[in-house]
Design a protein around this ligand. Structure first.
Ligand code: GCU
Length: 413
């Protein structure tokens, strides 16, 4: 039998492959462009006003009941449960650094004593308190994490120059953050009956920082506390620390302003309105990634968002009637900037119900993932305006996506 002369050589295969590649790139580019403004809508956003007994909130007192129900739902199905305050906190000043022009940086050791009769469960974490020039009382920014690590730009000078106290704390001393590794840190060891994941632990740590700054009765700080204005206590954080800041600020009403920066999935982003290539519950709860940030129940919703009885507007609504500014970046697709607009809009009826619609704010800058000096300026501009009554130019209610989100409820009349 004669064999055919027609043979496709490797060279031809490579050429065809290359051609296919050249055609695929612009096609994918077009698809990408189209999808960016076309989120996947899994279902409509649940009405936060429906009480567990099926009736709808109609008074402020009922909203306060509903608030507690929402807290329980979020602890039960997402972050795990957070304990109350410890028996005692001992604060030790480790060092004091003169930053010039009247500014000072104090490094402190916070010793947490969960139970006076169980000293073996005590643990420490580090706090950095930077003080501006003057005597105060000062508006104060608490930032989850050390100053200027990863994609966060250092902000200390900028913050102090604008007359704010700047407090950072080392959240990973409370629970380590090693991708794919669920380490039982000192907090979880001290409170073994709690099912909290790392985000819950870190948020609880932020609340202990507030204990100190507000000089609660269980705090012993022999060197005194900084002159914080308790009506101007701001909590912020970036990305995973933004999720943490939002949880802490939503649950702890001592924070008067809450500023999650590009906090995305399980932060100010949506599970149900999923922007193209944004992080899903399956992504975030993968055992090789960040399952340890949450409690076990949350993983049930991986790929099963249709059955989740809430979305993050429940968490956002808990901040009402206090101030929230979520800060987003339009090219930070992983953090779901479209979904954050949906969550902002879905929380609005709660702020309206409590007569504080102007306290629900959202800001978008161009660019990618990061906590930049521009973001800190946005934060302080909003704080100057809302907490210090200064006149400030800026749009804090930006809704860049022209999309009708499935929000089929409004505030009770
Ligand atoms: C990962 C994670 C995000 C998180 C981010 C960060 O990308 O998937 O959820 O926000 O890390 O913390 O920088």
């Amino acid at each position: 039998m004669k064999s055919s002369n027609f043979k496709i050589g490797w060279k031809t295969i490579l050429k065809l492959g290359f051609l296919a590649f050249l055609i695929a790139i612009p096609l994918y580019g077009l698809y990408f462009w189209y999808r960016l403004d076309e989120p996947m809508i899994i279902k409509s956003l649940p009405d936060p006003f429906i009480l567990n007994n099926g009736t709808r909130v109609s008074t402020e007192a009922e909203w306060n009941l509903r608030r507690n129900e929402i807290k329980e739902t979020l602890q039960n199905l997402e972050y795990g449960h957070l304990p109350g305050n410890p028996d005692r906190i001992e604060v030790t000043n480790l060092s004091s650094q003169d930053l010039g022009e009247g500014k000072i940086l104090n490094t402190l050791k916070m010793t947490i004593i969960p139970n006076n009769s169980l000293p073996e469960t005590n643990f420490n974490f580090t706090l950095w308190v930077a003080l501006p020039n003057g005597t105060g009382p000062f508006p104060t920014i608490v930032k989850v994490s050390e100053e200027g690590t990863g994609s966060q730009e250092p902000a200390r000078d900028q913050v102090l120059t604008r007359g704010y106290i700047y407090v950072c704390f080392n959240h990973i001393e409370l629970d380590p953050d090693i991708t794919g590794n669920d380490i039982i840190g000192p907090c979880q060891q001290a409170y073994p009956s709690y099912d909290w994941g790392s985000i819950g632990v870190w948020a609880w740590g932020a609340m202990r920082v507030a204990d100190y700054l507000l000089n609660e009765t269980w705090v012993n700080a022999p060197d005194g506390i900084p002159n914080v204005d308790p009506s101007k206590l701001i909590i912020t954080g970036h990305s995973r620390r933004g999720k943490t800041a939002l949880l802490a600020g939503a649950f702890d009403e001592r924070f008067t302003m809450v500023v999650p920066n590009e906090s995305g999935c399980a932060g100010a982003g949506s599970f149900l309105i999923q922007g193209y290539i944004s992080e899903t519950i399956a992504d975030i709860t993968s055992p090789s990634r960040f399952r340890y940030w949450f409690n076990e129940n949350f993983t049930k919703f991986a790929g099963n968002e249709v059955n989740i009885p809430f979305d993050q507007h429940f968490l956002r609504s808990l901040v009402a009637p206090r101030l929230i500014l979520s800060m987003e970046a339009t090219e930070d697709f992983w953090s779901n900037p479209i979904g954050s607009q949906a969550i902002y809009e879905a929380a609005n009826p709660v702020f309206k119900f409590l007569d504080k619609e102007e306290n629900n704010a959202i800001h978008y800058r161009g660019g990618f993932h990061g906590f930049t000096s521009e973001d800190f300026d946005t934060l302080m501009n909003f704080a100057d305006k809302m907490l210090l009554n200064k006149s400030v130019v800026g749009n804090f209610y930006m809704t860049p996506y022209n999309i009708e989100f499935p929000i089929y409820y409004s505030e009770p009349l």
